[in-house]
Ligand binder design. Structure first.
Ligand code: BG6
Ligand code: MG
Length: 219
């Protein structure tokens, strides 16, 4: 039986509700191209890097962009819209129950980390007052392969100096649950079971989660 020693949190959609800002920006782009983009389709983009997300969106709309330069231009446009929203964030935007849980974990000597595919993670953590709070932050600027590749979580475990089997991941994306399982970690899905059925457990939010529950989880 393996004891949990470190908790790795995804950021977008777990600590803060930025998943909705990503969706709104992608939908705006889709609408500019003349097609609609539904929340169900958006599930496929969660946890995936910006450029990979763009590829999926374009394939949904049947749009072809051949030049890498043009793809970057369009991805930058989406990012500009997205950043307009995250720049308005404050510590009040931390999702209910999260801050108290983080503080309790720290007080109980768990290591805590962020494992995110986003290149905007640093900006968000600063806006919500959590920069410098985590023992390790691995984000889209530090990885080569985004989720479902396990790289982000393996790097976090290495930086924390904790074996993957002693790590627990909280994730709102199917790609993130897959990444955590490939890394050999326990994975708790945050959201709807129908999107996260590969998780070891699914919780709707952080309202009812506490350190006692973590102490009773084993691989
Ligand atoms: C992930 C989100 O956290 O970060 C994805 O779930 C997003 O939706 C990805 O595409 C990359 O984010 P960014 O901020 O670098 O465009
Ligand atoms: Mg997420």
């Amino acid at each position: 039986m393996q004891k949990i020693k470190a908790i790795i949190f995804d950021l977008d959609g777990v600590i803060v509700d930025t998943a909705i800002f990503h969706y709104q920006a992608w939908k705006r782009l889709a609408n500019e191209y003349g097609f609609d983009f539904t929340p169900e389709q958006n599930e496929r983009l969660k946890g995936i890097s910006r450029l990979e997300s763009l590829e999926i969106l374009l394939s949904i709309g049947g749009i072809e962009i051949s030049s890498a330069e043009e793809k970057n231009r369009v991805a930058n446009k989406k990012n500009k819209w997205y950043r307009e929203n995250i720049l308005k964030m404050t510590p009040n935007d931390i999702l209910p129950g999260v801050k108290n849980f983080l503080i309790d974990l720290k007080n109980t000597n768990y290591k805590i980390a962020i494992g995110s595919s986003s290149k905007n993670a640093g900006t968000i953590l600063e806006k919500i007052g959590l920069d410098g709070f985590f023992d390790s932050v691995i984000d889209g600027l530090k990885i080569t392969n985004s989720k479902p590749d396990p790289e982000v979580f393996i790097k976090a475990a290495n930086e924390l100096n904790i074996d993957p089997e002693n790590c627990l991941v909280f994730e709102d994306a199917a790609a993130g649950i897959e990444a955590a399982k490939k890394a050999g970690m326990l994975a708790i899905g945050v959201g709807k079971y129908e999107n996260l059925s590969n998780a070891d457990k699914v919780i709707p939010d952080f309202n009812d989660i506490n350190v006692f529950m973590i102490e009773n989880l084993t691989n």
